[in-house]
Design a protein around this ligand. Sequence first.
Ligand code: ZN
Length: 308
Amino acid sequence: MLEQIKGLHHVTSLASGARVNNRFFTDALGLRRVKKTVNFDAPEVYHLYYGDGTGAPGTVMTYFPFPGSAPAPRGAGEVGSTAFAVPRGSSGAWADRLASRGVGNVARETAFGETRLGFDGPDGERFALVEADDDRPPWTGGGVSGDMAIRGFHSATMRLNDRGATAELLKFMGYEEVDSDGGLTRFQIPDGGAARVIDIETLPDAPPAGQGAGSVHHIAFAVENRDAQLEVRKALMDTGHQVTPVIDRDYFWAIYFRAPGGVLFEVATNEPGFDRDEDSAHLGEELKLPSQHAHLREHLERSLEPIE
Ligand code: ZN
């Protein structure tokens, strides 16, 4: 069993429009946009990162907005819901805030005895705010006060036809099965960080999920550094997983592999972080391009949808 993985690093999803996406995460949810760059594999498309004040691992929701892309059918083999931790007693204020911004399908949910407020993102993707004891410092520059602001990820919920093989993989990655509630099974890294929970919702008869606006593209798990990442990569390869080479994503190093239930997993390093090319007081303000796409700047600044 691996001991290098500390919990979630980031969650990356697809969107139909950059402006609406940016407004939702920075205004309605009050997160900080910590990076405005492009998809390194498709530079005509933004890669937008939203998190806490520094974009700490375990706080960062990221998006590839493909303008006008259609939503995909929901189903099995995907991340069905991403949850953020908020302070105890704050979900009533959050319900009011989300309602005032026209957020869809805001509803109290119950699972594992937690106080949980579910809601839809701009492309119908499902999120939740979970009341939790979480001492991570919040970003309060987005107009959400410290007594309710998001602390970072609480968990992500995968929807699978059969949890067996993915449960075994999570255990190999260092997670323990700690609880179950209805069709949900909870996994947790014993000494992980605050974003150490993964839930699996077992839906034996659900059709396979498609991929489109609102779909989670992949979830990334955090390791401290590149040495730990290479250890994880070798261990996964030794147990038969097809893992990509290490890829430089400028703000972290990444490896990817497909989990048996269909969800794309990434393992990302906590180094070097989002302040490597931008002053921490001005994170996410300028369009940052990786060196291989720097020559496209003039074209991209004209063609990418303007965001605030
Ligand atoms: Zn990623």
